[in-house]
Ligand binder design. Structure first.
Ligand code: SF4
Ligand code: SF4
Length: 58
């Protein structure tokens, strides 16, 4: 399971990448997740100013 990014909502601020302990988020204009590194810890969700990050429902 990996974080999901609403690319319509993402404004490319980069805040999420700064807090990710796994280095799983990179900015390529907008946020991109490396799913193999994401542990779904949720730390990035609270950092996003536009609510573009979420964990998939189980
Ligand atoms: S959920 Fe955790 S590991 Fe995954 S991208 Fe966000 S901060 Fe990184
Ligand atoms: S914190 Fe939110 S708006 Fe900023 S780059 Fe990450 S997903 Fe996009």
């Amino acid at each position: 399971m990996a974080i999901q990014i609403d690319t319509q909502a993402c404004i490319g601020c980069g805040c999420c990448g700064e807090v990710c302990p796994q280095g799983a988020l990179e900015l390529e204009g907008k946020a991109v997740v490396f799913e193999q590194y994401c542990t779904a810890c949720g730390a990035c969700i609270e950092m996003c100013p536009v609510g573009a990050l979420s964990l998939p429902k189980q």
